[in-house]
Structures are given as C-alpha cells and as structure tokens.
Design a protein around this ligand. Structure first.
Ligand code: ADP
Ligand code: MG
Length: 325
C-alpha cells in the first residue's frame, strides 16, 4: 500500500509513522542507542527537553547494555554467583521480566543470554552455535533462577547470564514518555520498533503508526493503528537475520531449543500503555506461535495483531478498534 504522506522514520524497523499536517513547532532528533536508531519528535517542547531525552538514553545504555563494561547487566553477568546491588530501575525491569517469563511459560526468558551470545545477527559473520555448544547452554536458561532480593540485590547462579534486549527498549520508552509529559504538547518516540505516542497532537489528531508488511520491503505497510497516549511495539523475524544454506536464522530465540523461534508467526504488534510489557509480550508471542500468542495476550489483557508467515492476520478484539486501513 502506498500513501503520499508516508515518512519513514525507522530504517531497520518494523514501524513507520504517518504524520498529519503540523500546526505547531516541531523538533525532531535522531540518535543511535541500544544498537538501534532512536527517533524523537516533540511538539512544542521546552528548550532543554530534547537534550534531557538524549542524556537519559545515554544513561540507560550505560545501565542496561550487556556490552557496556560496568553496566548493571554486565556486573550481574560477571558476578560469578554472588549478589550484586543494582539501580532500582534495573531491579524493576527484572521483576517484570520474571513475571512475563512465568506467564509466557518461559517463551520470554532474559536468561537466554548465553545462547544469544553464540549467535551473530548483526555483524555479518553468520556465527551460530554447534549442537554441542547449544545443548551445554540450554540448562542455563531459566528466569525462575534469578533471585531478586531486598535492597535492589540481584543474584544469578554462576555461569548464567541475562540479556535485556527483548524488554529494555520498552522500559526506556516508558521512562522517556514520563520525562516528556508536561514538558511538551505531544511526542512521538521511536526506539527501533518500540513506538510511544505521548498525548494527542496539537492539531487534535491521534497518531497513526503504520504496521510493516513482513512479506514486503522495509517501507511497505499494510495498515496502521490510530492511537493516543499509548505504546505500539512490533517484533518481527525480519528485523535481524541471516540466511545460511537456504535456512533463515532470526534473532528471536526459542529458549527451549536455543534455535530461532520458527513458528507460524512473522510479526507481532502489541499496543499497551506500558511499552515494557508490550515489548516483552511481542517477543514472547513470536516464540509462542499464533495459537499460544492469542491465549497469552488474552490472559494478560493485551491488544495485539499477529501476522503469520503466510500473511494471514489475526487480532485480539481490542486491537480491531484501533485499526485504520
Ligand atoms: P528488537 O530488539 O529487534 O526490537 P525484540 O524486542 O523481539 O526485538 O527482542 C529481541 C532481542 O531480545 C534479541 O536481540 C535478544 O537480545 C533478546 N531475545 C531473543 N530471544 C529472546 C527470548 N526468547 N526471550 C527474551 N529475550 C530474547
Ligand atoms: Mg521485545
């Protein structure tokens, strides 16, 4: 589907944004954090807001990235079984991650880290684990083993590791949304597939967030949701992948096998006020497959849209209300 007014905001992202005519001062900045393009559009912001947002992104990257030495995640991963005192925000994310892991039957597991570390979906080396390496790592995947103690302590059994790639961007989107509320009329935040639409645009219109067609080119959308004050998060198997010997390997892993989650789903979009919940839930849905995903979304009271590998579209009843062609 083509629309004249479509502006692509994300390069390697599932989401495009379709703007209406602006009626006030708009400010847009693009940054690179969390291994992804971050786009922030503010409507009538105060003079320091954009600067504060980018500073917050830098702070969160230093707190939550597993590749930043000294980050909370790095300290947890290298603690060798000893308790680590972390920032309360890290502790909160892990609390929610454990809940979603439990409710998804382990489909979402931040302890999938030893396995994600064996794959390369970004650098182009097509590295993947041997069967033996994979089988050795599988017993290390178990979010119930993360012990969250009092005073923001985290204890992880020796050799286990965490990777917040499936939930951190959602948490950060929530916090940046909090930061902008009251300091600008409205905002559109895009953290690589995690979109947060804050408020209603000054011209009175809701935001439209386009949903990418998993079978199409990165700029093809097959519809959009019309929303206000809510987050729209998409996970797709087309985001980061490589093809080897005719097999497509993508970056969302099945924690039970350590292999890419090859289910009937190509893309999942979840809409919720909590971008953190929507982020983790969208990742879990890809692993669960359509039947499990619909049951999971219903049980958590979340609205979602599922696109199968064959292009079939399934949605929860609440999602249909937001859908615009
Ligand atoms: P993206 O980060 O591309 O927006 P997702 O939110 O779906 O996509 O998160 C995928 C990332 O989450 C992976 O790059 C990896 O770091 C991590 N991950 C992969 N599989 C799982 C899983 N089953 N549960 C939790 N995190 C996962
Ligand atoms: Mg996710």
């Amino acid at each position: 589907m083509r629309r004249r007014a479509v502006i692509l905001l994300a390069l390697a992202m599932a989401i495009t944004w379709i703007p209406a005519a602006a009626v006030c001062e708009e400010q847009t900045s693009v940054g690179f954090y969390f291994d992804t393009v971050v786009t922030v559009r503010l409507y009538d912001p105060d003079s320091r807001l954009m600067e504060d947002i980018m500073a917050a992104c830098g702070r969160y990257e230093n707190l939550l990235s597993k590749t930043v030495a000294g980050s909370d995640v790095d300290r947890i991963n290298t603690a060798g079984g000893r308790p680590v005192t972390v920032d309360h925000e890290t502790w909160e994310i892990l609390t929610r991650a454990k809940e979603i892991s439990e409710r998804s039957g382990g489909a979402f597991s931040v302890t999938v880290a030893p396995l994600t570390a064996m794959w390369d979906f970004t650098e182009g080396t097509q590295r993947m684990p041997s069967d033996a390496e994979r089988l050795v790592a599988l017993p290390l995947v178990d979010d119930t083993a993360i012990v969250l103690g009092p005073d923001d302590t985290v204890t992880l059994p020796e050799h286990m590791q965490i990777d917040l790639g499936g939930i951190a961007k959602g948490y950060i989107a929530d916090r940046i949304a909090d930061l902008v509320r009251g300091r600008c009329a409205a905002a559109l935040l895009n953290f690589g597939g995690n979109v947060y639409c804050v408020g209603i645009k000054p011209n009175g219109q809701r935001f439209k967030v386009g949903i990418r067609d998993p079978q199409g080119t990165p700029d093809s959308v097959f519809g959009a949701v019309s929303v206000a004050d809510v987050s729209v998060v998409t996970s797709g198997v087309y985001e980061r992948f490589f093809i080897k010997d005719g097999v497509r390997y993508h970056h969302i892993l099945n924690p039970a096998t350590g292999l890419p989650a090859w289910t009937d789903l190509a893309g999942v979009t979840v809409v919720d006020q909590s971008s953190m919940t929507a982020d983790a839930a969208a990742t879990a849905c890809i692993v669960l497959g359509s039947e499990g995903a619909l049951a999971f979304l219903t049980e958590l009271g979340l609205d979602g849209l599922l696109v199968t590998n064959e292009g079939q579209i399934l949605a929860t009843p609440g999602f249909a209300d937001k859908w615009v062609q």
